[in-house]
Design a protein around this ligand. Structure first.
Ligand SMILES: Cc1cc2nc3c(=O)[nH]c(=O)nc-3n(C[C@H](O)[C@H](O)[C@H](O)COP(=O)(O)OP(=O)(O)OC[C@H]3O[C@@H](n4cnc5c(N)ncnc54)[C@H](O)[C@@H]3O)c2cc1C
Length: 412
């Protein structure tokens, strides 16, 4: 692609900002159009955890059967279905995860924003009863080691109580992995500002349709009535992909589900160590706040109408639940209750991104449906999408992944 080309990226979430930044790296300046602003939807509200990649494989949810995924109504954002495995796009997790320490420095230098990256241990708590049932700590850690998680280890109850003195005595310890985290809004903002330094432009506007000639897109039509010329377009619209992709004759199936969490402060900051207790999550952030959330019933609800309203019921369930795990959280002061829509594959809801060349068009591309993990996949997604757009070729090192995530192959 010529360096003077006009690439329009639709959507300024983590994915759109990353694509724009990586295009800039290649000397191609993008115009990013968002109907709202940078990272105002899920990308700015995420927990923004970068999970240790082998845990995706070890995670029991990855082998969940569809009947189980459907049963009991709650949508599990980690669910997948037989024949669909995170292994097929593990590159996006692994490459992004490995790159983060350097990427944080790069973005601070180029984007002028501290994304508040840090490594944090992340522990899934295990009760005495669960430990007994499993046979012992090694039996619980082994599946993670088998999945390649060489840094997964057992942490005993005493060590956890040194960190969290009020931890419920029912917990015997936990399976611990390394993880990374960033501050979500700052992360997308940093990529956007770094992209601007490399020539990108960010515009406000809602894309309603495309102008075309033969099998090429020539531009986008905005709700304002204005048209923007384009040599190529990238659809990075998160859950709003359905209608827009239909304008290009290949509707991409997408199920919007809602996810929410609380941000709180404590009289004394918690240590930077994430705790998961079944459906409950306690995630201390670098700025001293702590994210509190639950994955229980009603937490990931279908929002076919794109309603993004918060649930008081979910808030109370999260507060009650986390205080049972860590009674010190009774002293938490809620500073924010927030959430937004995630883009899932439909029926049963499962995770599988869609990315690559848009079928039937010479110069259209798509990167969407990242479910509950789009922040942690965004660095590598932007990198390989920019390479694809620039060279016109799927990078060989990701050829199978692109085949698997191509919009044509998913058709469900
Ligand atoms: C509570 C919560 C916790 C989460 N925790 C994590 C986590 O720990 N780790 C992780 O990796 N991910 C997490 N996620 C998921 C993550 O936020 C998403 O996967 C990611 O933000 C998706 O990015 P995106 O750019 O694809 O979409 P979005 O952030 O939804 O951005 C899409 C953008 O496109 C714009 N747009 C749509 N249609 C149009 C149009 N027609 N014209 C112009 N603009 C348009 C929208 O305005 C929006 O700004 C979490 C999400 C939530 C809600």
């Amino acid at each position: 692609m010529s360096k003077s080309s006009d690439v329009i990226v639709i959507g300024a979430g983590a994915i759109g900002c990353s694509v724009a930044y990586h295009l800039g790296h290649r000397g191609i300046s993008a115009r990013v159009v968002d109907r709202e602003s940078i990272a105002v939807r899920a990308s700015g509200k995420a927990w923004a955890v970068f999970t240790y990649p082998p845990t995706w494989i070890a995670d029991e949810h990855c082998i969940r059967q569809p009947s189980e995924a459907l049963e009991g109504a709650p949508v599990d954002i980690s669910a997948t279905v037989p024949g669909v495995s995170v292994r097929d796009w593990l590159f996006l997790h692994a490459s992004s995860y490995d790159r983060m320490p350097e990427f944080a420095i790069e973005l601070a230098e180029r984007g002028g924003v501290d994304i508040e990256y840090c490594e944090t241990p992340s522990t899934s708590l295990v009760t005495e009863e669960e430990l007994e049932e499993a046979g012992g700590p090694q039996d619980l850690v082994q599946p993670h080691l088998t999945a390649g998680g060489v840094e997964s280890r057992w942490i005993d109850g005493d060590s956890l109580r040194e960190l969290f003195p009020s931890l419920n005595p029912a917990y015997a310890g936990g399976i611990s992995h390394p993880a990374g985290q960033v501050e979500p809004y700052r992360f997308s903002l940093a990529m956007a500002q770094a992209a601007e330094k490399l020539g990108a432009e960010f515009l406000q506007g809602e894309v309603l349709d495309f102008t075309t000639r033969g099998d090429r897109i020539t531009g986008v039509r905005l709700a304002s009535g204005n048209e923007l010329q384009a040599d190529a377009v990238v659809l990075a619209t998160g859950p709003w992909i359905g209608k827009l992709s239909a304008k290009l004759d290949s509707p991409i199936a997408c199920r919007p589900v809602f996810s929410e969490c609380l941000r709180a402060t404590m009289p004394v900051d918690l240590p930077l160590h994430t705790l998961y207790a079944g459906a409950l999550s306690i995630l201390p952030k670098k700025n001293g706040e702590v994210i509190l959330a639950t994955y229980g019933a009603k937490d990931f609800v279908d929002r076919a109408g794109f309603d993004a309203s918060l649930s008081e019921e979910t808030k109370l369930a999260a507060l009650e639940g986390v205080a049972r795990v860590l009674p010190a959280l009774e002293d938490a002061t809620i500073v924010e209750h927030r959430g937004d829509l995630l883009a899932m594959a439909p029926t049963p809801p499962y995770q599988k991104p869609v990315m690559g060349p848009f079928p039937g068009w010479q110069n259209a591309f798509v990167a969407t449906r990242f479910g509950g993990d789009g922040v942690c996949m965004s660095p590598a997604t932007g990198e390989v999408m920019a390479e694809l757009i620039d060279t016109g070729r799927v990078p060989l090192r990701t050829r199978r992944m692109f085949e698997c995530l191509a919009p044509v192959s998913e058709g469900r």
